[in-house]
Design a protein around this ligand. Structure first.
Ligand SMILES: Cc1cc2nc3c(=O)[nH]c(=O)nc-3n(C[C@H](O)[C@H](O)[C@H](O)COP(=O)(O)OP(=O)(O)OC[C@H]3O[C@@H](n4cnc5c(N)ncnc54)[C@H](O)[C@@H]3O)c2cc1C
Length: 445
């Protein structure tokens, strides 16, 4: 009762600041969410501590990876872990000083490889990915930016000449109606003449789309949101509380009272969830990129190396190579050696001018990853006015628009459809504490 009165007083005091819906996090997921809610008639306040879309969502490969339907944790991916960790040029990194922190998450990650669970995860990823391109088309057409998405296709290549792996992949994807065609050495070179002699074969995916540039995309989404009367506040949210009807956001510069709250804070989302009594096992897969401004003409479309686990993508800002999964949390500095690994892969895969001698632009970002590789798209189990949209791992760009469409139905109409059931936060319920008064809040920001 005391709590409720406190909310009412605050709401009355700050009547003109009361927002219908506040979205915390203006990455690609929060931006899509904000636009969708606006489209459904809500007045939306978007909050981020940095300029919209300039975090992890700005540095990805721009690739709508609908054929990526395997969860990260499977029996076969676990078998490859020791080899990858021992390979100093490998894609998987686990800094020793972060190991004790990561250990509980790693155990849950390993447990998620059980074949029945991995198969459920695969089905859930298929359900999102199969709607991803259409959802992006609707989102971008709605804001007059349909040209930001192109249907370029995607080439996965192997340096080994054994056809067993590509064949198995094609068969597995066919079971989910995902088109994939095996390509000989000559055929891959017809698609990408600059491929090095090491590349022996490939698989061509005609369906995947890509965006012209992820940072530009975020800017377009944000500009459309603002042009439609959206509200924006740049500040870190340090703490959130809710009584189920109203939420209060304690920001670094002001306190915001809101009817509904959406947490879309990427790899930081678990901190805000903790304020609201949810203990969500969200970990960070740090990913790196190099961008070579002058070299995007070398690739007509994106490509990926199955053995080196990296993606190359021609973007407006240049040719970008992305890769590395470093389970390293949010605080460690980027490791310079990771950039050297990416450069080595680039030089091995593409015959570039002067072996890509120019200094590329370097960047690191935080993939928000849950042990079962599925995002959380849900209403808080005990607070009807709080919604959760995070944990999209390597697929946040791919799944942002469809996630927003599905979860916005829940926010606006209270329709929490069956299709959202694999993405409930209660799948981690053993870890979810009962909501307690925020006497010992975990601070965000
Ligand atoms: C190298 C790399 C390549 C990738 N390539 C692809 C790809 O090709 N295709 C694909 O689909 N996905 C890709 N991804 C994954 C994708 O980029 C992410 O899944 C996605 O960007 C996550 O978006 P988000 O909106 O959830 O998080 P973010 O972009 O991290 O946005 C979250 C925002 O919340 C804000 N925030 C957090 N806490 C607070 C707080 N307390 N107060 C205020 N603001 C807060 C942050 O400042 C941030 O701006 C890649 C990722 C990496 C690292």
């Amino acid at each position: 009762m005391v709590m409720l009165n406190r909310f009412r007083t605050l709401a009355a005091m700050r009547h003109d600041h009361t927002q219908q819906v506040t979205v915390v996090g203006a990455g690609v997921v929060g931006l899509c969410m904000a636009l969708r809610l606006q489209r459904l008639g809500r007045q939306v306040l978007l909050v981020d501590r940095q300029p919209a879309g300039t975090g992890t969502s700005s540095g990805n490969a721009g690739y709508i990876a609908i054929e990526t339907i395997d969860p990260l944790s499977t029996m076969s991916s676990l078998r490859s872990v020791p080899r990858q960790l021992l390979d100093r040029h490998g894609a998987l990194k686990l800094p020793m000083r972060y190991l004790p922190t990561a250990a509980p998450w790693l155990m849950r990650f390993a447990a998620a490889a059980r074949p029945d669970q991995a198969e459920r995860g695969r089905q859930a990823l298929v359900s999102l990915n199969s709607q991803a391109v259409d959802a992006w088309r609707r989102c971008l057409t709605d804001i007059g930016a349909a040209g930001a998405l192109s249907n370029a296709g995607h080439l996965l290549v192997w340096e080994s000449s054994s056809a067993a792996q590509p064949r198995r992949l094609i068969e597995r994807l066919a079971r989910h109606d995902i088109r994939a065609e095996w390509q000989s050495s000559a055929e891959v070179r017809e698609r990408i003449p600059a491929l090095s002699a090491r590349v022996k074969q490939g698989v061509w995916f005609p369906q995947p789309a890509k965006v012209a540039d992820p940072a530009m995309l975020c800017r377009r989404l944000f500009d459309a949101f603002m042009a439609r009367g959206g509200r924006w506040s740049q500040q870190a949210i340090r703490h959130v509380e809710s009584d189920g009807e109203r939420a209060i956001l304690h920001g670094e510069t002001e306190r915001i009272v809101t009817n509904q709250l959406v947490i879309a804070a990427g790899a930081y989302s678990h901190r805000l969830c903790a304020d609201l009594g949810l203990d969500v096992p969200l970990e960070t897969e740090r990913g790196y990129h190099l961008t070579l401004p002058g070299a995007c003409g070398l690739l007509p479309h994106s490509m990926e190396s199955a053995e080196r686990h990296c993606v190359l993508s021609p973007l407006r800002s240049g040719l970008r190579i992305v890769g590395i999964s470093e389970i390293g949390g949010l605080k460690l500095q980027p490791r310079q050696q990771r950039f050297a690994i990416l450069k080595r892969h680039l030089q091995a895969l593409i015959d570039g001018p002067d072996g890509f001698a120019d200094a590329p632009r370097t960047w690191m970002g935080f993939r928000p990853t849950l042990p079962d590789s599925l995002p959380v798209l849900d209403r808080h189990p005990r607070l009807a006015n709080v919604f959760l949209a995070f944990g999209h791992q390597h697929l946040g760009l791919t799944q942002a628009a469809v996630s927003a469409e599905w979860l916005a139905e829940s926010v606006v109409y209270g329709k929490h459809g069956e299709r959202l059931s694999p993405f409930r936060v209660t799948r981690f319920e053993r870890r979810c504490r009962h909501l307690s008064a925020p006497s010992n809040p975990v601070r965000a920001g």
